[in-house]
Design a protein around this ligand. Structure first.
Ligand code: NZQ
Ligand code: ZN
Length: 387
């Protein structure tokens, strides 16, 4: 743990089958008006919406609603939420859904009282947040992003064809998050697999960097093993509580910043995927699945020992019988096999990208990386290999 760090995570987690029972006591901490933010209908179908409305009514709250939040939430929807917050003097934003809904709620919270243009200030120039932040609480219905316990708010500006986000300060994190793994039973298989791979990618983005002997890397290997193990069971039997609960917790740990402590990090797969998402509107985890293997095949030589370690410690491959090169590539092959077993796509074509888009995606992707700095040319190479 050679790099200094400060760790502060203010989100209170209620986890398990009875987690929603804590909502009334949480609501007591906030004023009368609640903005309820949710997606395109899954919460109504599952009956969760009725339960929450009932609790809000019993708590004598005035509830304003913002529904129809899209996967890959848009800037316009976020601005609409910000307007509702200002006009109704909202005291708490309650997000019910997956990462898109929670990210949108955090964006609303940041933007409602922003002086100036929120997009330019907070999503492009990454300025310090200097305005009032409206508290957010979340009720998670889909595992993957970790948004329930972090400061991420990834928003798509459709007009500018940009999908951007950053980690905002702890004041923006949800104040509380309610995590009942049973809520994920109704998530369609493709979305579930996409969420699982999103978590996998978060862990790998943090793992594939640095060469020091870091406790965090051992933690990541453990979480990856649990995730892979539970993924197969959870997809085979959607109502396997143990598997679903493991996945939900892996997802939360995977991006509540604890698995990034004292580490340099990569995140270039995410940077590329966000722009793929801006052009194709694909499911985030599916986009990551497509890019990851070609990306790691492109950069593994720069972090060879770590890729060998990945093959050995995550996939239990007998690396002693192989050359380093063979071992590193065999680990990446296992990753490919996992993606295929999850039923996720492996080419950009399958998620709606066209060859003409590739240069624009490369040109608008934020450059960076872990073991290798990725230039626009490198990114284009990976995109072509993913096509
Ligand atoms: O809109 P509804 O009807 O609710 O349906 C959703 C949506 O269609 C559905 N769903 C969610 N829970 C369900 C359910 N369907 C049935 N039963 C349930 N219990 O699933 C679909 C996908 O939901 P979404 O929220 O879009 O998925 P996810 O959680 O993967 O979030 C993706 C967004 O999060 C961003 C991504 O870029 C993307 O915009 N990310 C946020 C991060 C963060 N805050 O730290 C980090 C990530 O890397 C990521 O970038
Ligand atoms: Zn992600």
């Amino acid at each position: 743990m050679k790099l200094d760090f400060t760790y502060y995570n203010p989100t209170k987690i209620y986890f398990g089958k009875t987690a929603l029972e804590h909502l009334p006591q949480e609501l007591e901490n906030y004023g009368k008006t609640v903005l309820l933010v949710y997606g395109k209908g899954s919460v109504k179908k599952s009956g969760l919406y009725d339960k929450i409305i009932n609790i809000l009514n019993q708590a004598d709250k005035k509830t304003i609603e913002l529904s129809g939040i899209k996967s890959n939430p848009t800037y316009l929807q976020m601005l609409e939420g910000a307007r509702l917050v200002r006009e109704n003097h909202v005291d708490l934003i309650l997000a019910v859904g997956g990462g898109s809904v929670i990210d949108c709620a955090k964006g609303i919270s940041l933007s409602a009282y922003c002086k100036g243009d929120p997009w330019e200030r907070y999503w492009i120039n990454f300025e310090e947040v200097d305005n009032q932040i409206v508290p957010v609480g979340s009720i998670l219905t889909m595992a993957g992003t970790g948004s329930e316990m972090n400061g991420g708010s990834v928003i798509t500006n459709e007009e500018k064809m940009l999908k951007n986000g950053r980690v905002y300060p702890p004041e923006v994190y949800p104040k509380f998050s309610i995590l009942n793994p049973e809520y994920t039973y109704t998530v369609p298989k493709y979305q579930m697999a996409s969420g699982i791979f999103d978590t996998m990618s978060h862990l790998m983005e943090q793992y594939f960097s640095g060469e020091d002997d870091n406790t965090t890397d051992y933690m990541i290997e453990g979480v990856l093993k649990s995730l892979i193990h539970s993924a197969y069971t959870a997809l085979e039997n959607p109502e396997d509580y143990e598997a679903r609960s493991n996945i939900m917790w892996c997802a939360t740990i995977g991006l509540n910043t604890v698995t990034g402590l004292s580490k340099e990090q990569d995140w270039e797969v995410h940077m590329i995927e966000h722009q793929v998402g801006a052009y194709t509107d694909c499911a985030h985890g599916a986009g990551l699945a497509v890019i990851s293997v070609p990306y790691y095949q492109y950069i593994y030589r720069y972090g060879m020992d770590k890729f060998v370690r990945f093959a050995k410690n995550v996939w239990n491959l007998p690396v002693e019988t192989m050359t380093k090169e063979e071992a590193a590539l065999a680990g990446i092959d296992k990753l490919h096999e996992f993606i295929v077993k999850l039923g996720l796509p492996t080419t950009l074509r399958e998620i709606g990208a066209t060859e003409e888009m590739l240069a624009s995606i490369a040109n608008s992707t934020v450059q960076g990386g872990g073991y290798k700095y990725m230039t626009e040319e490198d990114i284009l190479h990976v995109l072509k290999a993913s096509f």
